[in-house]
Design a protein around this ligand. Structure first.
Ligand SMILES: Nc1nc2c(c(=O)[nH]1)N(C=O)[C@@H](CNc1ccc(C(=O)N[C@@H](CCC(=O)O)C(=O)O)cc1)CN2
Ligand SMILES: Nc1nc2c(ncn2[C@@H]2O[C@H](COP(=O)(O)OP(=O)(O)OP(=O)(O)O)[C@@H](O)[C@H]2O)c(=O)[nH]1
Ligand SMILES: [Mg+2]
Length: 449
């Protein structure tokens, strides 16, 4: 057991109904007995008590729960103290705990202890951070599965496949090539091919994982006055962006989040695209083009009452029917003649003025998400960029091992590729326990987690 006892506020710092302070480590029981004036404390019972400081002052009226090791979140003795949600009370209670020899927890230290005490493996510990960050139904579902160990199960079984293949190759190292018939390699090769297949499938989920983690980036682009800011407001259902009849109203782009079918979307309204303009407007257009190029999906807004063919020239280098939905706006007005340059694009007719066609557009956006990413039919999705990189490394090494078997390379070299594949994969669940990996991961957590 880690010798020192740590404490931190686990709820946000500010005024609230209740604030939860957590402690973990060997001093929890004696601290509880002394603070709450009890000689016996039953584990896992919430008790109501006064909190008495080291110098005998009542600091608050609290509810506390003691967890006895190893049956706690961290696997150590733990104590949870719920005070009134007043930052000043929290401060005095924490100072009192520090005076008693408890120290302040660092980022993610509780979860790190849970990992070190094998309550969670590394991918599960990382899932705790995903659970806290998730802002949509689908990303929460993916985080919950990872916390429940779905990814760990998959990764461990893939590691087992590699270990089996490695065992064959290591057994062959001591034989000379002449003593080994070609068939000897069929079993390890079959295992490696199965691995390549599983790893490729897993890698293919990382694009979807990125959408779950960061949201889909959607940009609204088009000529000045086409109604881009009006569309932004209609989609969000509130008056976020400035709308005006003068062309060139929006300068800097603005990004807002919204949720659609359980997915998170980052929607950007941008400056109208045109070639002329003053210096500030030009900078706005440069930024608009940058945002548009980086976005996963572009909503190209066209004003059907005007000739809009000209915008094609400005946008053609980065729009295509596979990444763009054409939004034909202002259908409440008489239509102008247009040449039909955009006829290959998916299009939706709307009137932002009359709030018509917006639901239809949202459906098209959702279709784009489900078509372009593998949906949740898999229980294990690579949500973390760290995991995607590791599985991809592992896949490369396994492919190279297969190639070496095919070209009758020495068993030693094949074994070395398999070992490299195994090392990368093992890092996902923390088999290697490498200090620099661990401190990097846990430093991104909040304190108290
Ligand atoms: N009050 C409180 N709520 C919380 C947490 C917490 O630590 N305290 N959690 C913290 O993030 C999450 C829940 N996670 C937890 C995970 C394991 C154990 C635990 O006591 N595990 C023991 C006993 C097993 C059991 O009863 O299921 C163990 O693993 O041995 C508690 C909470 C969310 N809500
Ligand atoms: N009749 C009609 N007018 C609309 C519609 N949508 C927007 N407008 C009007 O068109 C004008 C321009 O709208 P904005 O939303 O500011 O256009 P924008 O594309 O953001 O323009 P910039 O920011 O200047 O690039 C405003 O006067 C809106 O009221 C529509 O569906 N029908
Ligand atoms: Mg605008």
């Amino acid at each position: 057991m880690t010798s020192d006892t740590i404490a931190a506020l686990s709820t946000p710092n500010g005024e609230s109904a209740i604030a939860a302070i957590r402690l973990s480590g060997g001093m929890c029981l004696e601290t509880a007995k002394s603070c709450f004036g009890k000689s016996e404390i039953s584990p896992r019972f919430a008790s109501h008590s006064s909190y008495v400081s080291k110098d005998g002052k009542i600091l608050d009226d609290v509810v506390f729960t003691f967890f006895k090791a190893p049956n706690s979140y961290t696997g150590e003795d733990m104590l949870e103290i719920c005070t009134h949600g007043n930052p000043y009370i929290v401060q005095t209670v924490l100072e009192d705990l520090f005076a008693r020899g408890v120290r302040a927890a660092t980022h993610g230290e509780f979860t790190r202890r849970a990992f070190e005490n094998r309550k969670l493996d590394l991918s599960q510990a990382e899932a705790v951070a995903l659970m806290i960050a998730a802002r949509s139904e689908k990303s929460l579902e993916a985080a919950r599965k990872q916390l429940g160990g779905e990814l760990s199960k998959r990764v461990n079984s893939m590691c087992d496949t590699l270990i089996e293949a490695l065992a064959y190759m290591e057994a062959y190292i001591d034989f000379s090539d002449e003593d080994l018939p070609k068939e000897s390699f069929s079993k390890p090769k079959e295992l490696l091919e199965k691995f390549v297949c599983d790893a490729s499938r897993l890698v293919s989920t990382s694009r979807y994982g990125a959408v779950l983690r960061d949201g889909l980036n959607v940009s609204i682009i088009g000529e000045p006055n086409a109604g881009k800011s009006s569309l932004m407001n209609c989609i969000l259902g509130r008056n976020r962006a400035i709308v005006s009849p003068s062309a060139g109203t929006t300068r800097d782009f603005i990004v807002e989040r919204f949720s659609i079918g359980g997915y998170c979307v980052n929607l950007a309204d941008t400056a109208g695209l045109r070639t002329s303009g003053d210096e500030i407007e030009k900078e706005g257009i440069r930024r608009a083009l940058e945002v548009a190029k980086d976005s996963d999906l572009k909503l190209l807004v066209l004003d059907v009452s005007e000739n809009f063919d000209g915008v094609f020239e400005i946008a053609k280098s980065f729009i295509s029917p596979s990444n763009t939905i054409v939004v034909l706006n202002k259908i409440d007005k008489p239509r102008a003649q247009n040449a039909g340059i955009f006829k290959d694009f998916v299009s939706v007719e709307v009137s932002c003025l009359e709030d018509r066609g917006i639901e239809n557009l949202k459906e098209k956006i959702l279709e784009f998400i489900t078509k372009n990413s593998i949906t949740s039919s898999f229980d294990d999705i690579l949500v973390s960029a760290r995991h995607s990189g590791l599985v991809a490394d592992s896949l490369e090494n396994a492919k190279s091992a297969v190639e070496k078997i095919d070209s009758s390379a020495p068993s030693e070299l094949v074994a070395s590729d398999i070992r490299a594949a195994l090392d990368s994969l093992g890092e996902i669940v923390g088999r290697g326990d490498r200090e620099e990996v661990l401190s990097k991961i846990f430093s991104t957590f909040c304190i108290g987690k």
